[in-house]
Design a protein around this ligand. Structure first.
Ligand code: NI
Ligand code: MN
Length: 225
């Protein structure tokens, strides 16, 4: 599996010949100014919740690529009204796509679309594929539902927000990794704005002390996992 980092909580994954894009917020992100939105490939765009810093480039990329938008019912309906194609889900539900099996899971946060439309309840995704299984938490607080994920799914790694203020911070990120049962975490939702700037050394140390590898990808870079 190959992972590209587009900044904030946006990642592009190559899985079984498909390009899966998460929460594209690129054109308004000064830290991601080198990334050309027009060149981002996508077969599926997975959207965790309706906030601007997770949906900003969904419409443009879906138009450019013909990608299918996967999110909760309310968010998918909002994009379908713009003429885009989507697959609606809701909490607890699974669906098998070409690249793997996806479950939309709980997140403790809020969700409103940029024009004020109700964005349903916020979520995250558990993705099981023949190339590995992972949890993409979206924006969330630490919550006991993470225990359920760890109890019933075998995960290889997780994308967790660690920027604090709007989501979990570093200590709760470590707790979340333990609850979902991963030894490898890809950090997201940090440093983009002043409220979520973090001390990288402190973050790495906190995870290391818990025996968990914390990966803080450089924007515009890729890695194999
Ligand atoms: Ni949010
Ligand atoms: Mn956010």
């Amino acid at each position: 599996m190959k992972i590209h980092y587009y900044g904030h909580s946006s990642f592009g994954l190559e899985i079984n010949g498909n390009n899966i894009l998460f929460d594209p917020f690129i054109s308004p992100n000064e830290k991601a100014s080198k990334i050309q939105v027009k060149e981002i490939p996508a077969d599926f765009i997975l959207v965790s919740h309706g906030h601007q810093d997770h949906v900003a480039d969904v419409e443009e990329i879906a138009k450019n690529t013909g990608a299918k938008i996967v999110s909760n019912f309310e968010i998918v309906s909002w994009f379908e009204e713009k003429g885009l194609e989507g697959h609606p889900m809701n909490h607890g539900g699974h669906w098998s796509f070409d690249f793997g099996r996806v479950q939309y899971v709980n997140a403790v946060h809020s969700s409103v679309l940029p024009d004020g439309t109700y964005g349903g309840n916020p979520g995250g995704f558990v993705v099981e594929t023949s190339q590995g299984n992972f949890y993409y938490a979206g924006d969330t607080a630490l919550c006991m539902d993470m225990e359920l994920i760890g109890r019933y799914k075998q995960l290889d790694f997780a994308f967790l927000p660690i920027g604090d203020n709007f989501t979990m911070g570093i200590e709760d990120g470590v707790r979340a990794a333990k609850m979902v049962g991963v030894k490898k975490v890809i950090a997201m939702h940090y440093d983009t704005f002043g409220y979520i700037e973090i001390n990288h050394e402190e973050a790495r140390k906190a995870f290391e002390e818990a025996g968990i590898e914390l990966i803080m990808m450089e924007i515009g870079k890729s890695m194999n996992i």
